[in-house]
Structures are given as structure tokens and as C-alpha cells.
Design a binder for this molecule. Structure first.
Ligand code: G
Ligand code: G
Ligand code: MN
Length: 463
């Protein structure tokens, strides 16, 4: 099954028998020097870590071997398939030097990988994100960076939702350049006042009291102005800056909490924690040290992790969380409903707060389906003794409907965006206006929601 052009003394990957990185680069060099036109695919399996964690390394190895065989089966004799490391593969295809054929090749690899797979008696489904760099005949660019280009296209495929093929293009390149420049600028921004922590209130829907806040990082670049947080957080994660950035966020957050505590304020503070932070062996100790040094009561600090972070984290990460929970911190699952966590899984996690994702809150006052989802998450949370916070509340009807469905606390522009700390303190002191007396028209009608709940199989008493 394996391509057979590789010299015998070559450095091969032990598990799959494929070429390793250095051999691959040498072959790529020869091909580019010969100037005949080639395509380079960068293949990265989706969610491989989750497979490894859930089923163990034997299954993980089996998946990698099977992926190697499947990729090899697609290409012709003379082409080279390599394992670059982990779940990353590369393919060099001779004679494929136009974009349409390169895309077709990428699609063939993608479809081959997607067929059901049996490993160690388990039925699995794989998908991959594939980046493609076409080198036209006579184009002879420098070898330097070709693999990086394919990698950038692969990254684009991941960003656009995985399980797809992206070709390297001018836009991919522009985005990659911006990412590199932003990463560089962010590295230099750490420790300067370009970075600020803002605070968005958590509001009790009945009393409209501020009962907590979420700390959200903000970055103002000296020339570009405000950079969107989802953009720079993703860059920090990609370029290994999230540990120092996340550490700074924690430091600031704990210092603010200490001040609030000294002023007699009662509310808690939630801090977002990225997967890489949770995986960092020093994370739990860092939180402990900061909180202890500042004399902050642990129950005032809540650690927010997205559903996908929790789903992909290793046993070690979950242990660190359990330890923090046992110390008295709260743990929240962020963006709930967007991942694939099963109820059984939720039960095993050291979590006591569920944040309902904005996408369900959006339609809660108009779309019976969203309302039914919110109602079922809420009744599930009540049954499991978990707290609920609704995210992204923008209108009074949403606030009203959420309350009617059993959700006590919410966050969103209806109450306030994230604010600099002094503005947050002023809002806390002044208080928010009470809920309007006139009940906004309730839609969807209760009967429709009840009907949906009935269909989902949740008893009305649970509501
Ligand atoms: O703040 P919004 O303001 O646009 O933030 C966008 C995204 O960035 C959100 O998903 C939010 O969780 C994330 N984010 C904001 N600040 C932090 C932070 O300090 N750490 C991490 N990991 N994510 C953050
Ligand atoms: O960590 P998380 O993804 O939950 O971060 C909250 C995000 O939601 C931040 O980006 C914040 O700026 C954003 N946000 C807060 N309130 C609202 C709102 O009412 N509507 C919308 N669209 N976004 C909000
Ligand atoms: Mn959050």
C-alpha cells in the first residue's frame, strides 16, 4: 500500500512506515528543483486527541496506521506520503499542478478518510482538514515556506469548520501574514497597558442585582486599534501565548476580586480558561498561589471552560479542575449546547455552572425550538443541582422568557457590555434599572413550548 519511491535508508516513521519529516522535505526539495509542477497536501485529522483520550493509545495508533494506509491508497506510485508528527500527514503529488486537480485530489483524500473505520473492535469515523499548496510548473518558488503555506491552508480549513479542503491563496497568505504580525505584536503587548481586562455583569433576572461578572480580555493595538478578542485569543492559542496571557488575566482578575472583597462587594468573578492553560501542569498551583496571596475567598472565583475544552481535555486537566473545585472555586461550562457533551459526560465533570450559549438565547423569545432547548437545559441543570447563566441577552422579551423557563441569572448587552473596571464599579454602585412592569408579549406561546418539551420527552413537572 505504501508509496515505493523512498530510498531504503530513509528515516521512516516507525508506526506507519511512512516517510518522516526530513525525508519528505528532501524529496520536496528535489521535486521543486526539477521544476515540474507539484501539489503539496497538508492533512491534519480532526479531533484526534479526543479519540486518543477516549479510547486509549492503542486505538489512537490504529487510527493513525489506518489513516496512513488510506491516504497512501489515494496517491499514485511515485508520490510521497509522510507523517510529519502526531496526526499530521503530508502528501507530495507529482504532475498535479493546477488548482482544480489539486482540489479534486484533496477531496479524494478527504472522502477516503471519511469512510467508517474499525479499530480494535470499535467503529469510528474520521475526518480531516486538508490544506493544499499548488506549485505550478516553472514556478519554482523557494522550498522555504511551501510546507508552511500548506499548513496555513490547513489552518484555514480548520477555522472554516473542519472536514474540508482549502487551497492556499493570496487571501490565505494575507490572513497568515496578519496572524504572524498580530502574534508578534501581541507578544510585545504582554505586560503593557495595550491589554486591559473588562468586566461584564451577571444579573439576577428577578431583582436585576449584579451578582457576578465575567472578565474579558481587550487589546488595543497602537496602529490597528481594538483587535477582536476572538481573533487575538485564537492567535494567542495558536502561537503559545495563551499561557502568559491567561496568567496575566488571572492575576488581574484576582487583584480586582481582592479589591471588591475589601470593599464588601458580594459578587463573584468568572475567568475564561483555555485548553492549553488547563493542560499546563502549573495551572492549578498558579490559581492557588494567586488566590492565597491575595486573601481572596476561593468561592468568589469561577473558572469558565468551553464545552469543547472540557471535551478535549485529558485526565490530568480534569484532575486539576477537580482539585480547584475541591478548594472551593466554581467551575462553569461555557457555550453550553454547542459541543457534543452527553449528559453522562456532564455528570462526570467537576462543573457546577452551565452557561447557555447565545445562539439558543437569541431565539428564546421567538423560536419554540430554542425555547425548548433552553427549557431542557434548565430543567437538566436543576435536576443535577447546577447553576445556570444565560449568555448574550439583548432584549426584555428574552430576559422575561428566560426567567419563565427557570433561568435565574443572565449576561448580555441588555444589561451592559463588558466595561473597564471603574465603569463596572460605578454601575454596581448605581444599580441597574428594575425590570419593566409591563410583561412583554410572550412568544412563543407556552403551549407550543410544552408541546416541544413533550416531544423531547421531558416531563412538565421538571420545568
Ligand atoms: O469578549 P468577547 O468579548 O468578544 O470575547 C470573545 C471570545 O474571547 C469569547 O469566547 C471569550 O470567551 C474569549 N475571551 C475573552 N477574554 C478571554 C480570556 O481572558 N481568556 C480566554 N481564554 N478567552 C477569552
Ligand atoms: O466566553 P464567551 O464566549 O462566553 O464570551 C462572551 C462573549 O459574548 C464576549 O465576546 C462578549 O463580548 C459577548 N457578548 C456579551 N453580551 C453579548 C450580547 O448581548 N450579545 C452578543 N451578541 N454578544 C455578547
Ligand atoms: Mn466565557
Amino acid at each position: 500500500m505504501l508509496p515505493n519511491v523512498v530510498p531504503l535508508n530513509a528515516a521512516r516513521d516507525e508506526l506507519t512506515g511512512l516517510a518522516g519529516r526530513s525525508l519528505f522535505l528532501r524529496t520536496l526539495d528535489e521535486a521543486v528543483t526539477a521544476d515540474a509542477g507539484v501539489s503539496l497536501l497538508f492533512v491534519d485529522l480532526d479531533n484526534f486527541k479526543a479519540v486518543n483520550d477516549a479510547y486509549g493509545h492503542a486505538v489512537g495508533d490504529g487510527v493513525l496506521s489506518a489513516a496512513a494506509e488510506r491516504i497512501s491508497a489515494v496517491v499514485r506510485d511515485g508520490d510521497v506520503v509522510a507523517r510529519l508528527g502526531g496526526d499530521e500527514f503530508a502528501v507530495l503529488c507529482h504532475g498535479v499542478s493546477d488548482e482544480a486537480r489539486a482540489r479534486a485530489l484533496g477531496e479524494r483524500v478527504r472522502l477516503h478518510l471519511a469512510a467508517p473505520l474499525r479499530v480494535c473492535g470499535r467503529e469510528l469515523r474520521l475526518s480531516a482538514s486538508i490544506g493544499c499548496r499548488v506549485v505550478a510548473a516553472g514556478g519554482a518558488p523557494s522550498l522555504d515556506g511551501l510546507l508552511g503555506d500548506a499548513d496555513a491552508a490547513m489552518y484555514q480549513a480548520k477555522e472554516s469548520g473542519r472536514d474540508r479542503v482549502e487551497l492556499f491563496s493570496r487571501e490565505t497568505q494575507a490572513r497568515q501574514v496578519r496572524r504572524l504580525e498580530l502574534a508578534d505584536a501581541l507578544r510585545r503587548a504582554l505586560g503593557t497597558d495595550q491589554l486591559q481586562l473588562h468586566y461584564q455583569p451577571h444579573v439576577d433576572l428577578a431583582s436585576r442585582a449584579i451578582v457576578g461578572a465575567e472578565a474579558l480580555a481587550r487589546w488595543t493595538h497602537p496602529e490597528l486599534g481594538a483587535v477582536r478578542p476572538d481573533e487575538f485569543i485564537a492567535i494567542a492559542e495558536q502561537f503559545g501565548l495563551i499561557i502568559p496571557l491567561g496568567g496575566w488575566v488571572l492575576e488581574q482578575a484576582v487583584a480586582t476580586l481582592a479589591r471588591w472583597q475589601a470593599a464588601g462587594h458580594q459578587h463573584m468573578l468568572s475567568v475564561n480558561v483555555s485548553a492549553a492553560q488547563l493542560a499546563d501542569a502549573a495551572f492549578a498551583d498558579l490559581v492557588d498561589d494567586l488566590v492565597t496571596c491575595a486573601g481572596v475567598s476561593p468561592a468568589r472565583l469561577c473558572l469558565e471552560l468551553t464545552e469543547s475544552t472540557l471535551m478535549s481535555s485529558s485526565g490530568h486537566g480534569i484532575e486539576a479542575l477537580s482539585r480547584l473545585r475541591d478548594r472551593g472555586h466554581y467551575v462553569a461550562i461555557d457555550d453550553f449546547g454547542t459541543g457534543y457533551s452527553s449528559l453522562a459526560y456532564l455528570k462526570r465533570l467537576p462543573v457546577e455552572v452551565i452557561k447557555i450559549d447565545r445562539q439558543f438565547v437569541d431565539g428564546v423569545a421567538g423560536d419554540p425550538e430554542d425555547a425548548a432547548i433552553v427549557a431542557s437545559i434548565t430543567s437538566l441543570a436543576h435536576a443535577m443541582g447546577l447553576h445556570i447563566v444565560a449568555e448574550g441577552v439583548e432584549t426584555e422579551p428574552q430576559a422575561h422568557e428566560l426567567r419563565a423557563l427557570g433561568c435565574a441569572v443572565a449576561q448580555g448587552y441588555l444589561f451592559s457590555p463588558a466595561l473597564p473596571v471603574d465603569e463596572f464599579d460605578a454601575l454596581y454602585a448605581a444599580g441597574l434599572p428594575p425590570a419593566p412592569r409591563r410583561v412583554p408579549q410572550r412568544c412563543p406561546r407556552r403551549e407550543i413550548v410544552d408541546e416541544m418539551m413533550h416531544q423531547i420527552g421531558i416531563p412538565e413537572e421538571a420545568l
